[in-house]
Design a binder for this molecule. Structure first.
Ligand code: MN
Length: 406
């Protein structure tokens, strides 16, 4: 596939990708778009130009500031729109309406792409669960249920923000080392969690589980996800009901939803699961994605230091298994719900997806550019996460999710 647009060779947004997002070009009117190179295809303008048929219907749909209604039309429609845009981008020569349909991606302001009804966070990396377990419970790192089911908790949707939104350091109850009475104060152990998330594109009726081998029909696309975490608040509050205020002050998502279909060339088998899962969790085929991940920290205006390189393929539990398990009791999911993977750590220290693991509980400072070090995040620090797949000259990426602490 070749396009008349010039696209930088290392762009995440190649003609193979075409992710959906909500942007405004500076007029304060958020609308739907598809990222391509350094540009955005304005879908409302494309609808008006007749690219999709049913002009008025699609123009109105794409002028909405959220993608929920579009996604709810189902994959036959969303895939057709993507293909129509791809055809237009691959015309033999630059069409006359190109200027009218394209916006500048570099200067556009990005918005949260969907109204998130519910958000669930899983805990699906065995390396991460084992590392955290070793620090919190040295004698019993991986709890007995972990290899039998994808552990998760219901998070908070209201505080999921789009990339670029500054993150305020949370205050809360902290238990000083060796003390029995907590104090109130600002978290001193603010951390990131490198995660991927998927957006639900199809609903199941209450009471009707989604079978594991049909789960991907319910997945619209994927995002990069930073689950900001206050470890000191978390450590004191998490027993017995799990994460609460140490997590729900903010989570950041990348603005472009990469459709599952765009990742087809990068699907891989997951790790061998021992013991074999119960029947309702038995998936087949290439259930994982080979997506390279990296995390960089920038202190103030300084330069970035990459502190972690990982890959989504390390995940023990697949997205299909997460969704099958989530709904096996009859729980219903809705269009726009967000399911995050949990921190994606790899097998080696350079691939750990949180500062808690990278600094091993604060014992081993992480060196940054300019000679400074970190165990946890300081005010003014920015965290930048990136994700991309690359194979046979095809590149499909997610761009960035970043946030600065204040
Ligand atoms: Mn998490």
């Amino acid at each position: 596939m070749t396009t008349w647009l010039s696209i930088p060779a290392d762009s995440d947004f190649s003609v193979h990708n075409l992710p959906f997002g909500i942007f405004d070009p500076g007029d304060g009117l958020p609308r739907a778009g598809i990222a391509i190179g350094d540009h955005i295809v304005d879908l409302a303008a494309a609808a008006e130009a007749g690219l999709f048929g049913k002009r008025r219907f699609f123009k109105k749909l794409f002028e909405q500031p959220l993608l929920n209604d579009f996604i709810a039309l189902g994959k036959p429609v969303t895939n057709r729109i993507r293909r129509k845009v791809q055809d237009w981008l691959c015309l033999a020569q630059r069409p006359d309406n190109a200027t009218r349909l394209l916006a500048d991606r570099r200067s556009a302001r990005m918005h949260l792409p969907v109204r998130i009804g519910d958000y669930t966070d899983f805990y699906s990396s065995i390396e991460h669960a084992t590392n955290v377990g070793k620090m919190f419970r040295p004698d019993n790192p991986l709890l007995p249920n972990w290899r039998w089911l994808p552990v998760g908790y219901h998070g908070r949707a209201s505080s999921v923000v789009v990339s670029g939104t500054p993150v305020r350091r949370p205050h809360g109850q902290l238990l000083p080392k060796g003390q029995e009475i907590p104090v109130f104060g600002a978290s001193k152990q603010l951390d990131f969690e490198l995660e991927m998330a998927f957006v639900i594109g199809k609903e199941n009726p209450l009471g009707e589980p989604i079978p594991v081998d049909r789960a991907e029909e319910y997945i619209f696309g994927l995002l990069l996800f930073n689950d900001w975490s206050a470890r000191d608040i978390q450590r004191w509050e998490y027993v017995p009901l799990g994460p609460f205020l140490g997590k729900n002050f903010a989570s950041s998502v990348s603005p472009w939803i990469v459709p599952l279909e765009a990742l087809k060339a990068f699907r891989v088998k997951g790790p061998k699961q021992t013991p074999p899962p119960l029947d309702y969790l038995k998936g087949s085929g290439a259930s994982n994605c080979d997506i390279q991940l990296e995390v960089a920290i920038r202190s103030g205006q300084g330069s970035e230091t990459v502190v972690c390189r990982s890959n989504m393929r390390y995940l023990y539990w697949s997205m299909a298994q997460q969704l099958a398990h989530h709904t096996v009791n009859g729980c219903n999911v809705r269009v726009g719900d967000l399911m995050a993977s949990g921190t994606i750590s790899g097998p080696t220290p350079g691939s750990y997806g949180s500062m808690l693991e990278l600094s091993w509980g604060g014992q081993e400072p992480i060196p940054l550019a300019g000679g400074t070090t970190r165990t946890f995040l300081e005010d003014g620090d920015s965290v930048i996460m990136r994700a991309w797949s690359e194979k046979d000259g095809q590149r499909v990426g997610f761009g960035e999710v970043f946030g600065t602490i204040f």
